[in-house]
Design a protein around this ligand. Sequence first.
Ligand code: PLP
Length: 233
Amino acid sequence: MDDLVVRENLKRIEYNIQNARAKRSSKRDVNVLLATKTVPAERILFAAKELGYRLIGENRVPELLSKYDAVCGETDIHLIGHLQTNKVKSVVGKVSLIESLDSAHLAREIDRVSKSLGVVSDVLVEINIGKEESKGGIMPEDADSFFAELAQFESVRPVGIMTMAPRCDVKSDYNKYFSKTYQIFLDISQKYLYNIIEPVLSMGMSESYEEAVAEGATEIRLGSAVFGSRVYP
Ligand SMILES: *Cc1c(COP(=O)(O)O)cnc(C)c1O
């Protein structure tokens, strides 16, 4: 896989996004976040500087920190993987959005660290839409009470919802999970995010981004469709 293939992949993806967008009523734009785990800094810089894809997501803190100095000036970094409380102090101030808030305990620590640095941290609440034991996230039925609980943390600002759908063999099953998530998003937006100009709904990955866009995603997170299959060291 070389840089030219990355360019071609993104072209095809943009075309598919426009087709999927035509199937929904929401006129909101769809932001493409590049999920850059295992992708070297040079390739991230190519995507950002040459292709204009500046929004990236890392899911492990050590990897994020190892690339941070090389990419920070050219990219806007989100944390998209599970965050342990003892790593909060390494990411606050470095990432513009923590997409994986999944407990009050974690919110408390993000609040504490953010206060100490004099910043407010934007977060998405991760919803475990498939109620899978193997995944983190707030259960769909607890979303409302969890957002209510977040009001106590002055330095944590919820701006939307993130979900990872279960792996589905039939594409239309993705539509079911994403449309459920969209309903929760509408409900939560109205009740808790009325001060946020453009609330974020982050859902859909390489296998499922067209279904996610059709169901109302405002952000999709793409790794392998852009960079090819990952080889883990
Ligand atoms: C890796 C990752 C993605 C992208 O996955 P692909 O299937 O490679 O597109 C999206 N979201 C999260 C949280 C990830 O860790």
